[in-house]
Design a protein around this ligand. Structure first.
Ligand code: HQG
Length: 181
């Protein structure tokens, strides 16, 4: 499991690689990749120091495999969850018949009206198992897990992507594909 230091580095990486690269003067390319050297240097300049080895250990040991290094090890990106404009380049995939979404009780009334919408992120995030969905929901409050008829959605023309760390992504989930358990 991740120790405190690794969690701190992971949270910092999520911030700069998904949401606020400009905060440390970092630039991401259009696929979301940043230079590892520039990342370490830009972070150090802003007062958060970590070594290349620590970075590599965070990528390899991350509980949700949030980040990938390029094959040559020179670039890094977040696998999903961005709010900045990036094109991750995942190919459309055929989802399992049923996927799950973890949310909080207080969002249910609104979800029943609008379906699942993506908010600040690029996609709605779906999980292949109830356990993961429950954990995702708990981040927002009293967790509730919704079933999504992903197979039927796909046959109706909706497109699904599978991120490098196993998160299913789609643009939106209209109410008629949601099952409220
Ligand atoms: C909710 C984590 C009202 C939605 C996780 C969620 C995930 C609505 C919240 C990843 C709604 C958005 C993403 C509607 C959706 N009305 N609320 N119509 N439609 N919502 O954090 O899915 O640990 O942007 O249910 O593992 O919770 O960061 O999305 O509760 O993969 O790597 O609006 O973040 O990964 O919240 O989580 P978020 P999420 P990391």
């Amino acid at each position: 499991s991740m120790d405190d230091r690794a969690v701190r580095i992971s949270k910092f990486l999520s911030l700069v690689l998904r949401h606020r690269p400009e905060e440390i003067g970092l630039s991401l390319d259009q696929s979301g990749w940043a230079s590892v050297g520039q990342l370490i240097e830009a972070s150090r300049r802003r007062g958060f120091e970590f070594t290349l080895e620590e970075l590599q250990n965070v990528v390899a040991g991350n509980d949700k495999k949030r980040f990938s290094l390029s094959e040559d090890g020179l670039r890094i990106r977040a696998n999903q969850g961005h709010s900045v404009e990036v094109e991750l380049g995942y190919a459309p995939s055929v989802p399992p018949e049923i996927l799950y979404h973890g949310t909080a009780e207080r969002f249910l009334a609104s979800i029943k009206q609008q379906g699942l919408i993506k908010g600040k992120r690029h996609h709605v995030h779906l999980s292949a198992d109830v356990d993961t969905a429950t954990k995702v929901g708990r981040r927002h409050g009293n967790p509730v897990v919704l079933r999504i008829e992903a197979g039927r959605m796909r046959r109706d023309g909706f497109i699904f992507y599978l991120s490098a760390n196993g998160v299913w992504l789609t643009d939106r989930v209209p109410v008629q594909y949601l099952v409220f358990l």
